[in-house]
Write a protein that binds this ligand. Structure first.
Ligand code: 6PG
Length: 469
């Protein structure tokens, strides 16, 4: 045996992860379905080739490793993962470990973990965030599976992870699907954050008619303050980039139809199954779907636009946009963490949410200074277990929600869509009303279906109104 760990799937993410492992001094056996890719990859790896062991088939991959073997899979989610597992397992022995490092649906991870456990194998579902650059130089890594299985690979995983204040941004978070669930919610928060940033951009560009360069500068400036984050940083860079072909802003030559591989949608689907509605994330998924309705929007522009909204609304100050975005971002993260605690309870994971915030602090796409405050809040007093009720967040929201109101109001008046910003505000306003409007819903349900309600004065359940009288 010549390698410490195996890796299957030399796409961009897999190749970069393999280079990262090799770079940290661990020999890694690499396999790819198309074998020419293996040799091309090693041929281009420079001095790191020394730590890369080609494995043309699964037998060779298994032979290159010492039991208990550990093999990382970085192949597309769904069918391809099952195919690789099926082809690989005959070459493995009891106690060997398969690590799925792709963006898996956590239900599938739970299924695979149970099935492989029956065969005496161990399965680790490992969420990896940070894109291609992260995979190469330090991603954030969210692990689910048996603790003893993680112990076998922890040294490699923690040495390739990003570091924040000298601590690796990698952690074993819980059994079976816990890591992939946390990664899925990470992506849900990613969707919400990206959408909120895009909505602020829309107000500046379409509402206020500002140039991409001036908006880039604004975001660049905001990135030095409480909004400091990777997504705000790259937003400034994207907006400052010109198309080499035409000289136009790059963002103007890109079709306004957003892609989605599915993790945002999974977040919403799993949330709904748990009786949760992280509406800022739902709105972001919806906005991507609506963006893909390009033909409908093109027809709609001619028919709906002129009559419906004034060209300009009240002017929003830049400081309001900054603070409004901060308020909405806090609420988006808070909804994601609330979903994590609901899942933790349902699946008995005992997720350490402070630790989750800490491993998101570097390497991943949603890394931001706000995560420091979040980690601290989870380590301190937390009324109701809800981030928005932590003393520090109550203060931050008090200082920023009025700005969010002005942003959402101005957007509504001028006809600029801000689904994620307004969803965040609606959540905030709902959570600060001890008594809301659902008594009327209950009355309606009882009226047409005799569904019963609870009386507030006596606490009696299954009560009915005198509707028929
Ligand atoms: C990350 C990202 C990554 C994700 C892409 C594309 O954490 O590195 O979340 O895992 O696959 O961002 O996702 P969509 O195609 O769904 O936008």
């Amino acid at each position: 045996a010549e390698a410490r760990i195996g890796l299957v799937g030399l796409g961009v993410m897999g190749a970069n992860l393999a280079l990262n492992i090799a770079d940290k001094g661990f020999p890694v056996a690499v396999h790819n379905r198309r074998t020419s890719v293996i040799h091309d990859f090693i041929g281009k790896a420079g001095p790191l080739a020394e730590n890369l062991v080609p494995a043309e088939d699964y037998a060779a991959l298994a032979a290159a490793l010492t039991p208990p073997r550990a093999v990382i899979l970085m192949v597309p989610a769904g069918g391809p993962v099952d195919s690789v597992i099926e082809a690989l397992t005959p070459h493995l022995d009891t106690g060997d470990i398969i690590v799925d490092a792709g963006n898996a649906d956590f239900n599938e991870t739970r299924r695979r973990e149970a099935a492989l456990r029956d065969e005496g194998l161990r399965f680790v579902g490992m969420g990896v965030s940070g894109g291609a650059e992260g995979a190469r130089h330090g991603p954030s890594i969210m692990v689910g599976g048996a603790e003893a299985a993680y112990a076998e690979i922890a040294e490699v995983v923690e040495s390739i992870a990003a570091r924040y204040q000298d601590t690796p941004c990698a952690a074993h978070l819980g059994p079976d699907g816990a890591g992939h669930f946390v990664k899925t919610v990470h992506n849900g928060i990613e969707y919400a954050d990206m959408q909120m940033i895009a909505e602020i951009y829309g107000l500046l560009r379409h509402g206020d008619g500002r140039s991409t360069d001036s908006i880039a500068e604004l975001f660049h400036g905001w990135n030095q303050g409480p909004l400091q984050s990777y997504l705000v940083e790259i937003t400034a860079k994207v907006l400052a980039t010109a198309d080499p072909e035409t000289g136009q802003p790059m963002v103007d030559v890109i079709l306004d139809s957003a892609g989605q591989k599915g993790t945002g949608r999974w977040t919403v689907v799993e949330a709904l199954k748990l009786g949760q509605s992280p509406m800022a994330i739902e709105a972001a998924v919806a906005a991507r779907s609506w963006s893909a309705e390009k033909a409908l929007r093109e027809t709609g522009e001619g028919l709906l636009s002129p009559q419906d909204a004034p060209e300009t609304g009240p002017r929003v100050l830049d400081g309001d946009l900054e603070r409004g975005l901060l308020a909405a971002r806090i609420i988006g993260y808070a909804q994601g963490f609330w979903l994590l605690s609901a899942a933790s309870e349902e699946f008995d994971w005992s997720l350490d949410l402070a630790r989750v915030a800490e491993i998101w602090r570097a390497g991943c796409i949603i890394r931001s200074s706000l995560l420091d405050d979040i980690a601290q809040a989870f380590r301190g007093e937390l009324p109701g277990g809800a981030l928005i009720l932590a003393p520090a967040f109550v203060r931050m929201l008090r200082d920023s929600v009025s700005a969010l109101r002005r942003v959402v109001a101005a957007a509504a008046v001028s006809g600029q869509p801000v689904p994620a910003l307004s969803a965040a505000l609606a959540y905030y306003d709902t959570m600060r009303q001890a008594r809301g409007t659902a008594a009327l819903i209950q009355g309606q349900r009882d009226f047409f279906g005799s569904h019963g309600f609870v009386r507030v004065d006596t606490g009696e359940a299954d009560q009915h109104g005198p509707w028929g009288a």
